[in-house]
Ligand binder design. Structure first.
Ligand code: S3P
Length: 169
C-alpha cells in the first residue's frame, strides 16, 4: 500500500509521514530527500543549476517508477501533484491524503525554513503571505483530488482516519 501525503509547503508533510510510520507500521519516504540523494545535490541547488522544469521531471519520474504494490508512506513536495498527470498517477497507485493547516502556522514554518525552498527564499512575511494566497488558489484544484482530507489534525487522529478509510475501502 502506498500512502501519499500531499499539500502546500510548510503544512507538515515530512513530519507527519515520519510520525505516521510507526503508528501504521509502514516505512516512510521523503520524495524531496530521495531526489536529493539520487542527484547528489540539494533541492535549492537543483533549482539553481538545472532549473524548475528539470526538477518537475524528476518528481514525475519518481512517481512513475513507484511500484504500486510497495509499502510506503510518502511525503511529496508541495508542487508535485500540480505537474504532469502526477495526481492521477498517485490516485491510481495508492491513497492520497491532503494535509492542510491554518495559514499562520504554515507561514511561520515557512519563514523558519525559507533557505531550503527556492521558490520562496527571498520573500518577506508580507510577500510570503501573498504568494501563499495565490499559489494555494492555483494548486487547490489538484490537492482537492485527494481521497482523504486532513485539516489541523494530530498525527494520531490522522492515523485513525486512515485506518477507518482502509477498512471501508
Ligand atoms: C515545492 C515544495 C518543496 C520542494 C520544492 C518545491 C513547491 O517541498 O519540493 O522546493 O513547489 O511547493 P515541501 O512541500 O516539502 O516544502
Amino acid at each position: 500500500m502506498l500512502l501519499f501525503l500531499i499539500g502546500f509547503m510548510g503544512c507538515g508533510k515530512s513530519y507527519t509521514a515520519k510520525h505516521l510510520a510507526p503508528l501504521l507500521q509502514i516505512p516512510y519516504l521523503d520524495m524531496d530527500k530521495e531526489i536529493e540523494k539520487a542527484e547528489h545535490q540539494s533541492i535549492a541547488e537543483i533549482f539553481h543549476k538545472k532549473g524548475e522544469p528539470y526538477f518537475r521531471e524528476l518528481e514525475h519520474v519518481f512517481i512513475q517508477e513507484l511500484d504500486k504494490d510497495a509499502q510506503f508512506i510518502i511525503s511529496t513536495g508541495g508542487g508535485a501533484p500540480c505537474f504532469y498527470n502526477n495526481m492521477d498517477l498517485m490516485n491510481e497507485k495508492g491513497l492520497t491524503i491532503y494535509l492542510n493547516r491554518n495559514k499562520q502556522d504554515v507561514i511561520d514554518r515557512l519563514l523558519r525554513g525559507q533557505y531550503k525552498r527556492p521558490l520562496i527564499a527571498d520573500f518577506s512575511r508580507e510577500e510570503l503571505e501573498k504568494f501563499y494566497d495565490s499559489k494555494l488558489q492555483d494548486r487547490k484544484v489538484f490537492y482537492e483530488q485527494a481521497k482523504l482530507f486532513a485539516y489541523d489534525q494530530t498525527t494520531e487522529e490522522l492515523a485513525q482516519q486512515i485506518e477507518i478509510y482502509l477498512q471501508k475501502n
